[in-house]
Design a protein around this ligand. Sequence first.
Ligand code: SF4
Length: 106
Amino acid sequence: MRQINRRVFLITPLAAGTVALHVPAARAALKNVEETEPKATAIGYRHDSTKVDRARYPKHDLTQKCHNCLAWAPDKPADEWGECDLMSDRMVHRNGWCSSYKKRKV
Ligand code: SF4
């Protein structure tokens, strides 16, 4: 029978706990994106999907919002702001929209 290395036995749960403590802190440190930031203007991001320039983005429709986009990743489903895979260090509004919108399959 293999003996459990005492050092591994003690360090593994400690390391797992450290990761669990750091992930929420990293998310909490994210700022909300500003519509005027270059990364937002480059993809036509707006906090409010109803404010999207329909002439510039004719394929946009009012059902398309960050909270039903494939890239939306909030801590909790009802959160007002959440992470977006495209805005790596910023949060986007749940009713926002950008030209990279991709409908999430239910
Ligand atoms: S990729 Fe999706 S979640 Fe991210 S800003 Fe655009 S519409 Fe919102």
